[in-house]
Design a protein around this ligand. Structure first.
Ligand code: HEC
Length: 105
C-alpha cells in the first residue's frame, strides 16, 4: 500500500498544473472518478491501452490542449455514451484537480 502513497505524493508534488487548479482536491476527485468514471475510463493510466475506447485520464491530462477551463466546459456537457453525470461545482473542481494532477512533468 505504501507505494501508492508515494506515487500519489510524487504526482501531486511535481505538477504545476495541479497547483494552478488549487480550488479542487485531487483526492476527492479520485473518489468521484472511481464511482462515476472508472466504468468507462482508465482513471489511473495503468491499464493496457484500448485503442478505440474512452481515453485514460492520464492521456487526457497530457494532451497539450487540456486546460482546467476546457475540462470544466466538457464536464458540464454530456458526452458520447456517457450518462448525464450532473456533477456539482465542487465535484467538478475536484475532478479537474485530479485529472490535471495526472499530468507528467
Ligand atoms: C459510459 C461511459 C463513460 C463514463 C461513465 C464516463 N465517460 Fe468520459 N468519455 C467516454 C467516451 C466514450 C469518451 C470519448 C468520446 C467523447 O469524447 O465523447 C469520453 C471522453 C471523456 C473526456 C474527453 C477526453 C478528451 O479527449 O479530451 C473527458 C475529460 C472525460 N470523458 C471525462 C469523464 C469523467 C470526469 C467522467 C466521470 C465523472 C467520465 N468521463 C465518465 C465515456 C464515458
Amino acid at each position: 500500500m505504501r507505494w501508492i502513497t508515494v506515487v500519489a505524493a510524487t504526482l501531486m508534488a511535481g505538477t504545476g498544473a495541479a497547483r494552478a487548479a488549487d480550488i479542487g482536491q485531487p483526492g476527492m476527485g479520485r473518489e468521484i472518478a472511481e464511482r462515476w468514471c472508472a466504468e468507462c475510463h482508465d482513471i489511473t493510466g495503468t491499464l493496457p491501452r484500448v485503442l478505440d475506447g474512452p481515453p485514460s485520464f492520464v492521456t487526457v491530462a497530457n494532451k497539450p490542449e487540456t486546460t482546467a477551463a476546457g475540462l470544466r466546459a466538457f464536464l458540464h456537457t454530456p458526452h458520447a455514451q456517457m450518462p448525464d453525470l450532473a456533477l456539482s461545482r465542487e465535484e467538478t473542481d475536484h475532478m479537474i484537480a485530479y485529472i490535471l494532477g495526472l499530468k507528467r512533468r
